[in-house]
Design a protein. Structure first.
Length: 314
């Protein structure tokens, strides 16, 4: 039986982590030994991890930027072809996607600066617009994209649910490819782990300054895990598309299906690094965003559930 004792001052994150550990294998933490698999006779099994690799050298082209750009193009192509099949306005899809991208990048940058790393930018305000140096928040991107998309939809008077579905359907493959870029540069290091999908990487721990002298160690890679999650959602969407769905289905499903795994994945993020995410009450900003996103997705699916499927009139 799993037992835990939490004091009155325990944060919300401490309670959720304790419950999560009680219901599964647990999350490796610096203050307790990492779990290792064993055979029936007690001998240790070989632990497999993804070996260390350097970021591919593509000259002036950044691997992350290349993957993001490729994801945008693939997502737009898929969304446009779906619009043609459903008899919707492809120009409206392109316009909506452009607004989503602009709002998404701005929102992602602003949330990273103000919710995660304000201490780094407070005395260097001129670096806030320098997106090419890295530093983006996925949930900030979601918020920015949602605001920009609503503005565009109100201006053009297109149907929120039908075009929201188109963007959501094309978003998942694009997000999957973009997350490959995060994996290639190890942009989201997690806690040390022997998990078979852990990635050997060099990361800067608190107090360390020379990156090239850092040891190589296996850690969870949240970029990889998020990419696997979005790939699974892409497959679910493709299977679901075999029969007509009510408008708003993919928008609601995207919010609901992404939010729950993402909430728990953030418990695997590193806490011992210079780049560790800021936490409020024991939870990351993305975990609070996941809670909100779950309710948004559930509300959309409940609100639209009685609409007849297959209605594609503009």
């Amino acid at each position: 039986m799993y037992r835990t004792s939490l004091g009155n001052g325990a944060s919300l994150g401490d309670w959720i982590r304790a419950i999560y550990n009680a219901c599964g294998p647990g999350i490796p933490e610096p203050h307790r030994p990492r779990c290792r698999l064993q055979t029936e006779r007690g001998g240790p099994l070989i632990i497999w991890t993804i070996p260390y690799f350097d970021t591919p050298d593509l000259g002036p082209i950044e691997p992350w930027g290349l993957c993001v750009a490729t994801g945008v193009i693939v997502g737009l192509i898929i969304g446009t072809r779906r619009a043609e099949r459903l008899g919707l306005d492809t120009e409206a899809v392109s316009g909506l996607a452009a607004w989503f991208l602009m709002g998404g990048f701005v929102g992602a940058r602003l949330m990273h600066v103000f919710a995660y790393r304000w201490v780094d930018y407070a005395d260097n305000l001129w670096e806030i617009p320098m997106m090419w140096k890295g530093g983006m928040s996925s949930y900030g991107g979601f918020i920015g994209a949602a605001i920009a998309g609503i503005v565009y939809i109100r201006r053009t008077q297109i149907n929120l649910w039908r075009y929201g579905d188109l963007v959501s359907y094309g978003f998942m493959p694009g997000w999957t490819i973009g997350r490959i870029g995060c994996f290639l540069i190890h942009d989201h290091p997690g806690a040390k782990s022997d998990f078979f999908l852990a990635v050997e990487m060099r990361v800067q721990e608190a107090g360390q300054t020379l990156f090239q002298n850092l040891p190589i160690e296996a850690r969870h890679d949240l970029g990889l895990y998020d990419g696997i999650l979005s790939l699974c959602m892409w497959i679910i969407f493709a299977v679901s598309d075999r029969k007509p769905r009510f408008s708003g289905f993919y928008l609601g499903a995207m919010c609901a299906l992404y939010s729950i795994p993402r909430f728990f994945l953030d418990f695997l993020r590193a806490t011992d690094l210079e780049v560790s995410d800021t936490r409020y009450g024991g939870l990351t900003p993305a975990q609070y965003g996941s809670i909100i996103l779950l309710f948004v997705g559930a509300w959309i699916l409940w609100k639209r559930r009685n609409e007849a499927p297959g209605n594609i009139a503009q």
